[in-house]
Design a protein around this ligand. Structure first.
Ligand SMILES: Cc1cc2nc3c(=O)[nH]c(=O)nc-3n(C[C@H](O)[C@H](O)[C@H](O)COP(=O)(O)OP(=O)(O)OC[C@H]3O[C@@H](n4cnc5c(N)ncnc54)[C@H](O)[C@@H]3O)c2cc1C
Length: 477
């Protein structure tokens, strides 16, 4: 879906803007050729596309500050961008905006094992943060499936999670401090090198703010010693509801696995055809992993498999070797790619109370029949973070719209059962108009008043997060 093209006045502005940006950045860091700006026209929500006015690739906080000051003076909107893997259209440009990408900001600035933190420029990829410390026995815990590509910048903006966040928490639980540049170019430091800074929790506000409040250029991240060992167990069930009940029972029993992942039959089938991980032919599959010493692992898995057996699994396979563990995870890690081999898909992200899993999975199945679109479920079940993948054909007229309506109904269902619109992918453009299903007008007003404080002209990451009509009124006020 192409977004509106820029008007003449904006195109006239472009030359002056580019000329000014070139005074503060090297020539190759200002991308203004129309063909080259196409590289930034979308993120991983590829159904929406719009080339920006231009893109800039600064290398330091000072350069980011210079860029923002210029854009602020000229009244030009800025869309911060990490690696562009957002599934919510969070980094989608508008035609009158500058993309500010942090891809060249990848340095490790400080490593401190005594106080267990690492300070990095935010263009660094998630996985390479662990890469920088793993030889010394440490790791960075949040592990989005996109971790090979996605940047810490986007992780902070979306408060990203991953399979192992059940135990270690999401980005906000592992973020100690940031350097952030405000829209007018002012540089601020929030938090520090330890948990809990004094005063208002502004760091908590920034984490998950989707590029609405400032551009984060540096981050101090908590690192943890690697666990002694980890072992997954694979469980197969003949119904989604039963598998959902097993998840609920494990959580209720008070065990804390490091991950509980869920896949339903469409995902199991696609994955087997794609990755051949040796999964059983069943309706629903769970991968539950625990960590610790051998004795701790044995004790936790003993309890977990006891719960699993009570629900008559069609398969219960505890890993006995590193190779088997890798094979168990292989299918789960290939699931998104495998589904993409079948058809176009829209990946949703909503969170529900774990006890509602059986009901919500059943309702999604019913809605799939009502809409006539197939859906596969693969998600972080332990924390109730669902990722229904709705299959559609982008070339079939009306299919995308039908898929969007189906997706909206699923997300409304998440809210109805006491959950929320997003677990880890953010609101972006994808869910901005559903915010009214979660928040009353007064709640939204308060959230927009926060944006007013940080970005009074509403120049940062326009047309995201807030319903379009509400944010337009706010800007005009
Ligand atoms: C195959 C696949 C699997 C995924 N799996 C997961 C998963 O398991 N868990 C999960 O949480 N997400 C997942 N995602 C979604 C995505 O990877 C995350 O949202 C990720 O954090 C985005 O990072 P990014 O660097 O690509 O950010 P971008 O896509 O570039 O941007 C995301 C948001 O961050 C803002 N932003 C970017 N840089 C800055 C900055 N410097 N300052 C302020 N705001 C900024 C942007 O404006 C935008 O709103 C997945 C995506 C894909 C494609």
């Amino acid at each position: 879906m192409e977004m509106p093209a820029p008007n003449q006045a904006i195109l006239g502005l472009k030359d002056r803007l580019v000329a000014r940006l070139q005074t503060v950045l090297p020539a190759d860091a200002v991308i203004h050729d129309q063909a080259e700006t196409r590289a930034y026209e979308c993120d991983a929500l590829t159904a929406y596309k719009c080339p920006p006015l231009c893109a800039v690739l600064p290398s330091s906080t000072q350069e980011v500050s210079d860029v923002l000051r210029i854009c602020h003076e000229m009244g030009v909107p800025v869309v911060p961008r990490g690696a562009g893997t957002s599934l919510a259209g969070g980094a989608l440009p508008t035609a009158d905006s500058v993309i500010l990408g942090v891809a060249r900001m990848t340095e490790v600035l400080e490593t401190n094992y005594d106080d267990r933190f690492v300070r990095v420029q935010t263009g660094r990829t998630n996985l390479s943060v662990t890469g920088a410390v793993e030889a010394d026995g440490f790791f960075y815990a949040p592990d989005p499936s996109s971790q090979l590509a996605c940047a810490i910048a986007g992780n902070i903006a979306m408060n990203s999670g991953g399979a192992h966040c059940l135990k270690y928490g999401v980005t906000t639980n592992n973020l100690l401090g940031v350097t952030m540049v405000m829209m007018d170019g002012t540089v601020v430091e929030l938090g520090g090198a330890h948990m809990d800074a004094g005063g208002l929790d502004l760091l908590g506000l920034i984490c998950g703010s989707e590029g609405q409040l400032g551009v984060v250029t540096e981050a101090t991240l908590r690192i943890l010693p690697k666990p002694e060992g980890a072992r997954p167990v694979l469980m197969g069930y003949d119904s989604n509801e039963v598998a959902g009940q097993v998840v609920s029972d494990i959580i209720k029993a008070g065990v804390l696995p490091v991950a509980i992942e869920f896949m339903d039959r469409p995902c199991i089938r696609a994955t087997e055809a794609f990755a051949k991980a040796g999964y059983p032919d069943c309706e629903a599959l769970l991968i539950v992993e625990v960590e610790g010493s051998d004795a701790e692992i044995d004790e936790q898995l003993g309890l977990i498999t006891q719960i699993a057996r009570r629900h008559n699994p069609v398969e219960l396979r505890e890993s006995t070797s590193a190779e088997e563990s890798a094979r168990i995870w292989l299918g789960r890690k290939s699931a998104f790619g495998a589904m993409g081999q079948i058809n176009d898909y829209m990946c949703l992200d909503g969170t529900i109370p774990v006890s509602q899993l059986p009901f919500v999975l059943r309702r999604i199945g019913e809605m799939s029949k009502e809409y006539g679109l197939d859906v596969g479920n693969v998600f972080h079940a332990g924390d109730g973070n669902m990722h229904p993948l709705i299959l559609f054909d982008a070339n079939k007229p009306g299919d995308l719209e039908k898929c969007e309506a189906f997706g909206a109904d699923i997300l409304r269902l998440c809210v109805e059962v006491g959950g929320c619109l997003t677990g880890e992918h953010g609101v972006g453009i994808e869910k901005r108009d559903l915010m009214v299903d979660q928040f009353a007008p007064d709640d939204l007003d308060i959230q927009m008043a926060v944006k007013d404080v940080f970005d009074p002209q509403w120049l940062l990451n326009p047309a995201k997060v807030f319903p379009l009509d509400a944010s337009a009124k706010r800007r005009a006020a």
